[in-house]
Design a protein around this ligand. Structure first.
Ligand SMILES: [Zn+2]
Length: 300
């Protein structure tokens, strides 16, 4: 309810700013997408990366949540609200992660723009938005994105169809390599920083023990940490995972407590500037996740 109120407020402020800018004859210099391409705004990194692969040269995609920013509880700036309303297509996840985007859908529709809510196409477990971490579900997300781009820009429908087919093939290959890496492991449980990996664990049959809740802000009590250390000892866990956009402090504390090592498992909620510059993307990061899981669970 609070996010609904604040989105409405932001929208009001934004329309005021936009009106003032137009009145002054101003344009934001760096936020003008090329007119000859479909202008797509995606809230979180994995969705933007999928759009980039399916859209190719005919789509200009912006990732609304900036590089290096953790998306839980993110609030858009007035300028970003304007960016959403100017886009031809808005793509957001839903499921509590970016509901503020959903609040803008009616307004976008009034302006003749399309919106795609991923949660309406790919069923989410209640309160858990991290669906993109399951490569098979990612196929469904890509398919929904493909259909939306084809509807928004029928002239290039065949290109989107082709690009999507190529990318879906890569996702199937990713799924196969996960299955083969994780098929013979001594352990079948991991400890992670926040509760982002349940879809992945269910897909490949391993258990997740999160230090924090579904959002990294949901921090554990001292008792929770003691219980988790106990569980880790019982299960023989020797690696505690942390992630790049959240403080590794709790993971490091737990690792020290049970004399385990730490390693990165990336929930892909956003890539850091360094990761983007190194050419990382959904497929490369998921492949690193696969390797990290394979060594943490002592797979052959
Ligand atoms: Zn998360």
């Amino acid at each position: 309810m609070q996010s609904r109120v604040s989105a409405a407020l932001v929208l009001g402020v934004c329309l005021g700013v936009l009106g003032l800018s137009l009145w002054l004859g101003l344009r934001t210099p760096d936020a003008t997408p090329p007119l000859d391409r479909l202008n797509v705004v995606a809230t979180i990194y994995p969705l933007a990366d999928f759009v980039k692969h399916v859209g190719g040269e005919f789509v200009y995609v912006s990732n609304l949540i900036p590089a290096g920013v953790e998306p839980h509880d993110y609030e858009p700036t007035p300028r970003q609200v304007a960016q959403v309303l100017e886009a031809d297509v808005l793509i957001y996840l839903g499921g509590g992660l970016d509901d503020w985007a959903g609040d803008l859908v009616d307004e976008a529709a009034r302006m003749g723009n399309l919106s795609l809510s991923i949660e309406k196409h790919v069923p989410l477990t209640e309160h858990d938005p991290h669906i993109w971490l399951d490569p098979i579900a990612a196929e469904d997300i890509v398919t929904a994105i493909r259909d939306t781009l084809m509807a928004a820009d029928p002239l290039h429908a065949e290109v989107y169809l082709h690009n999507a087919a190529v990318y879906l093939e890569s996702l199937r290959a990713l799924d196969s390599s996960f299955t083969s890496t994780l098929s013979h492991c001594q352990l079948n449980a991991i400890i992670v920083s926040h509760d982002a990996f349940s879809y992945l664990g269910r897909r490949y049959n391993f258990d997740i023990y999160p230090i924090s809740g579904l959002s990294p802000e949901a921090e554990p009590s001292a008792n929770d940490l003691v219980r988790l250390a106990q569980t880790a000892r019982e299960l023989g866990i020797t690696t505690i995972f942390f992630e790049t956009l959240v403080s590794p402090k709790l993971s490091a504390t737990l690792a020290q407590e049970i004399a385990a090592s730490t390693a990165v498992l990336n929930p892909l909620e956003g890539l850091s500037q360094a990761e983007l510059q190194a050419g990382d993307n959904y497929l490369t990061v998921m492949d690193k996740n696969r390797e990290a899981l394979g060594s943490a669970m002592l797979c052959q």
